[in-house]
Design a protein around this ligand. Sequence first.
Ligand code: NDP
Ligand code: ZN
Length: 176
Amino acid sequence: MDTLSDLIKAIAFAADKHRDQRRKDVCASPYINHPIQLVNLLCNEAGVSNINVLCAAGLHDTLEDTETTATELTQYFGQQICSIVLEMSDDSNLCKTERKKEQIRHASDLSNEAKLVKLADKICNLRDVADNPPAGWDLQRRQEYFDWALAVINGLRGIHPGLESIFDETYARRPE
Ligand code: NDP
Ligand code: ZN
């Protein structure tokens, strides 16, 4: 029961923090759909039941994309969940190109918990690029996104064969 209430608390927290944000697709879908997709994928497609991983998946974009602080996450969810969310957050001092290179360089250094969330994030974003891509992305940009995601994931393999094969099935949908 505690785990269920923790997960609901994490999703409610993320919904509040992302309340004014939208995804980049043509319909400008509510941002919270994306963290919920990660939780659903991990729990119901990949059979991941680790509550810290599921809560961190729901919270994974709060530090990077909202005013949420690490202190706040620690206060509400504890140090372990905060630490996974920190691992999911790019260094805001770097430009976007450098952030993307850093994700490739540091994928192998992530904790096992953060690797699971990273796999789920890349799977969900590839599904979005295939089905509901950001407005204005031409074929080359969509292909480059697929290839960058593959480079990141190739750096962290060996952690969860089920999720890795879902990633590979999704990568096979690379736009042509
Ligand atoms: P962005 O990183 O700007 O956008 C992709 C990110 O947006 C995803 O990782 C996801 O992150 C989030 N997102 C929100 N809505 C969607 C959606 N519907 N589908 C998928 N993802 C969504 O873009 P790029 O990956 O292209 O990286 C930007 C870099 O590319 C910069 O360095 C820029 O200079 C360069 N660039 C490249 C071009 C090209 O043609 N390749 C053209 C122009 C710039 P999250 O999970 O965190 O929400
Ligand atoms: Zn994300």
